[in-house]
Design a protein around this ligand. Structure first.
Ligand SMILES: [Zn+2]
Length: 376
């Protein structure tokens, strides 16, 4: 079982006992071969309830769900030694799915991998050795698939995937569906499951974000809504495929990519000192936020807000760093309006106060807004 932590929200008021234990207890039971029902959602409230004026962040997080890609394909040649290679590594295919972008992306990844294989798109099904299609004949619903294993002499290889809607979450939307198609194409090439390491051939993925073993134990560090494992094909996959087909594969893609547009910039901030030492008010204008796609709304996120950091002298803070975070709040105002945020307990001297907006998936704005604060 894997604890999923969406982030700890600690209103910064050192004089109060704000011992926020923000671990969102989301457990992901990982069962191979079965879609796992959603774990119970929990609300976690940062412990600032005793303060009348400090807002109480309340973040809700949806379920972390491990979905089996499929079951190990069985075939007449089910034994590992019976798996056949495709002649000359060439596989003609037709795409009969509604997930054209996912199929295109998965095919491109394999074709550019450096392994001596080539998926070649053809128009006529009669000329295709492989049919990629939407089907309800998949083992675990949306985000899972079914495929034949290796070359099928005299027959036709197939990949089934299920086309889903927004309600199915990232696992059945682009780009998450790409993981499923790339996995099934791995079976088509002749690869079996590998749960011993991070591989596209892991038997399950988590929320369509990444193959299970690519996430490690700390899902909070990796399985963020709005990101996905865009590398898809790992070194081990390319090595295995190259052992069958030859070639000199190289991993080129970065590991993680944004799946949604990030907030371009945090809105402007101003500082008003008050009469208490080390205290004052920030006024932060809520910057524009790109729309959040529906499929992201089905799991694992809370409310958008802002994170405030203070560093002595110069602006060295990085978003998400607990050591420099002095306050985290959720927005109570619409985009374009300003919100007041009180800061307490700043040491005498000059501080750079950096503010990052974050979206519902705790994806930070690409740029913070900063203000220099002098405390006497
Ligand atoms: Zn599989």
């Amino acid at each position: 079982m894997v604890p999923f932590d969406q982030g700890v929200l600690v209103p910064a008021r050192p004089s109060r006992t704000a011992a926020a234990t923000g671990l969102l207890g989301l457990l992901a039971p990982l069962l191979v071969g079965l879609a796992v029902p959603a774990a119970t959602s929990t609300h976690t409230t940062a412990a600032a309830a005793s303060s009348a004026d400090a807002p109480v962040p309340d973040r809700t997080s949806g379920p972390v769900v491990a979905t089996a890609f499929d079951e190990e394909p069985g075939s007449a040649a089910a034994g590992a030694r019976g798996i056949r290679k495709w002649p000359r590594g060439r596989i003609t295919y037709v795409d009969r799915t509604k997930d054209r972008d996912a199929v295109r992306a998965a095919v491109k990844l394999w074709n550019r991998s450096g392994v001596k294989i080539r998926f070649v798109k053809v128009r006529k099904a009669s000329r295709a050795a492989l049919v990629i299609r939407d089907s309800t004949n998949v083992p675990s619903g949306c985000g899972s698939g079914l495929a034949s294993l290796g070359y099928v002499p005299g027959g036709r290889a197939f990949v089934n995937i299920l086309h889903g809607g927004d309600e199915g979450g990232q696992g059945c939307a682009f780009p998450g569906q790409t993981l499923v198609v790339a996995h099934e194409l791995g079976h088509v090439l002749g690869l079996r499951h590998d749960d011993s390491r991070c591989s596209v051939m892991n038997s399950s993925h988590v929320n369509g974000v990444a193959q299970r073993e690519c996430l490690g134990e700390d899902l909070s560090a990796t399985a963020k809504p709005g990101r996905w494992r865009c590398r898809v094909l790992e070194r081990v996959d390319l090595k295995r495929a190259a052992r069958m087909y030859g070639g000199r594969p190289k991993v080129r893609q970065q590991e993680w990519c944004d799946a949604i547009e990030r907030i371009p910039a945090t809105g402007p901030v101003t500082w008003t000192p008050d009469s208490y030492g080390g205290a004052g008010d920030l006024t932060v204008v809520r910057g524009a936020e790109p729309p959040v796609p529906g499929w992201l709304g089905t799991w694992g996120f809370g409310a958008p807000g802002l994170e405030v950091h203070a560093t002595p002298g110069v602006c060295t803070a990085v978003p998400g760093d607990d050591a420099t975070t002095v306050r985290t709040d959720l927005w109570e105002v619409p985009v374009g309006a300003s919100q007041e945020v009180s800061l307490y307990g700043l040491a005498p001297g000059t501080h750079c106060v950096s503010v990052w907006q974050f979206d519902q998936g705790t994806n930070y704005a690409l740029a913070p807004s900063t203000v220099t604060v002098t405390v006497s």
